[in-house]
Design a protein around this ligand. Structure first.
Ligand code: FES
Ligand code: FE
Length: 440
């Protein structure tokens, strides 16, 4: 790996040991998206999800706070909740009937008389709490790491960009219509890196889809002088500043009219530049595994399920203040474009599956991948925070994402987590030669 030069090692997309290290070093150390506040409006509301491959339950407490704990019974490890979401007073394990309240505390056991005094301390046998939970403008994150940066520090200046999605209108956002899950036989990072800044593929991969949505018109040309990649802490947003909308991709004029109507207020709230960025062709990812399209309103998480498979969870994100008919229009637009049968979604999955499989070839895996596009176009910008590159056709945000990934994979200070062997990526760049192989 040499990201300063723009080269990437293909083995990170299929190697089982690297994947295990990722679960430990990236997913067990990062702040991970677990819910939107709107999914848990009342006390007792819960949803189940994963942090890496660890199953967790997210619950709203009577005092309004949110707790996250492992969805695994301390008795034999069974899941204590199999539902995706709901409202409850307790979780009861299927296997031997241990019962937990919504704070995760052990409340009682089936045939409790079988335990003698001293056999079990209820206080010590609740569901294992996730170390820290935090939220930013409706998005709830959790981390297994007891130490390390706060959520605010983790997001850092990326909050300047995130506010365009989460705070462009009074009342904030909500997720509507439930979650769609699909399984794709590809490495999770291909989804993230595509959404963090791969505008480059859009006009080619999605050409026919774009024409079908837009009266035969192709994807609009990119204004390389007025578009950017911005990377902060491994998060990234790629966008234009001239307000040429990706909203047209929805094919939903009522939605475009709505955004035009609120744009002056958006400018009062966020400033003119951000009100224009919000309407531009744009996509973004939050490190490590959340992505969204700001105008199109798909919001998604790439959940790792092995080195060569991920589960894609997608939601529709809207402003709470939108009238219901506009929310319906947005939902239809998202389904038409980025639902599992959407015009664009189908194109991407096939490419990522092929990239994953082909990169695994026993010879192929030792060839470098090219991430050098726009490598000399870094600029200082008066207004835009983060590491900024000019030109939306660029690999800059991908380089930023993989640099953060590499920093965490190679970190020697793992804080409160148990020690692990040194990562095996160090020096990977030198191993690409296979002496003698082609002489056979
Ligand atoms: Fe849960 Fe035994 S595994 S009660
Ligand atoms: Fe795409």
């Amino acid at each position: 790996m040499d990201l300063k030069e723009g080269w990437l090692d293909r083995r990170i997309f299929s190697d089982a040991e690297i994947y295990e290290e990722e679960l430990y070093r990236i997913f067990a150390r990062s702040w991970l998206f677990v819910a939107h506040e709107s999914q848990l409006p009342k006390a007792g509301d819960f949803l189940t999800t994963h942090m890496g491959e660890d199953a967790v339950i997210v619950t709203r407490q009577p005092d309004g706070s949110i707790k996250v704990y492992l969805n695994s019974c301390p008795h034999r490890g069974n899941k204590v909740c199999f539902a995706d979401a709901g409202n409850t007073r307790r979780f009861v394990c299927n296997y031997h009937g241990w019962a937990f309240n919504t704070a995760g505390e052990l409340q009682g056991m089936h045939e409790e008389y079988c335990y003698d005094e001293g056999d079990i301390d209820r206080k010590k046998n609740g569901l294992r709490q996730v170390a820290r939970v935090g939220s930013y403008k409706g998005l709830v994150f959790a981390t297994f790491a007891e130490d390390g940066p706060s959520l605010d520090a983790w997001l850092g200046d990326f909050r300047w960009y995130l506010d365009m999605l989460l705070d462009n209108e009074e009342g904030g956002t909500e997720l509507i219509g439930g979650c769609i899950k699909s399984v794709i036989s590809a490495n999770w990072k291909f989804g993230v890196e595509n959404f963090i800044g791969d505008a480059y593929h859009a006009g080619w991969t999605h050409d026919s889809g774009c024409r079908s949505m837009n009266n035969g018109q192709p994807f609009p040309p990119i204004d390389m002088d007025n578009s950017y990649h911005a990377s902060v802490n491994g998060h990234g947003w790629e966008f234009g500043t001239e307000g040429v909308g990706d909203l047209f991709l929805l094919g939903r004029p009522k939605v475009m009219e709505y955004y035009e109507k609120i744009r002056p207020k958006m400018a009062d709230r966020l400033g003119t530049m951000r009100s224009q960025i919000f309407g531009s062709v744009a996509s973004a990812s939050i490190f490590p595994n959340v992505s969204f399209l700001p105008g199109i309103s798909t919001f998604r998480q790439w959940q790792p399920k092995g080195p060569m498979q991920f589960e894609l969870k997608t939601w529709v994100i809207v402003n709470k203040a939108m009238p219901d008919d506009i929310k319906d229009e947005v939902t239809k637009g998202v389904m038409q474009t980025f639902g599992p049968g959407g015009t664009f979604e189908m194109d991407d999955g096939e490419n990522w599956e092929n990239c994953t499989t082909v990169n695994r070839g026993v010879v192929t895996r030792h060839e470098k991948l090219h991430y050098r596009c726009g490598i000399g176009r870094q600029i200082d910008h008066d207004t835009l925070p983060g590491i900024v590159y000019r030109g939306q056709y660029n690999d800059a945000n991908q380089r930023g994402f993989y640099q953060r990934w590499l920093d965490m994979m190679e970190a020697t200070d793992l804080g409160a987590m148990p020690p692990r062997p040194e990562p095996r990526l160090t020096g990977v760049a030198e191993t690409r030669d296979l002496p003698g192989l082609f002489a056979l």
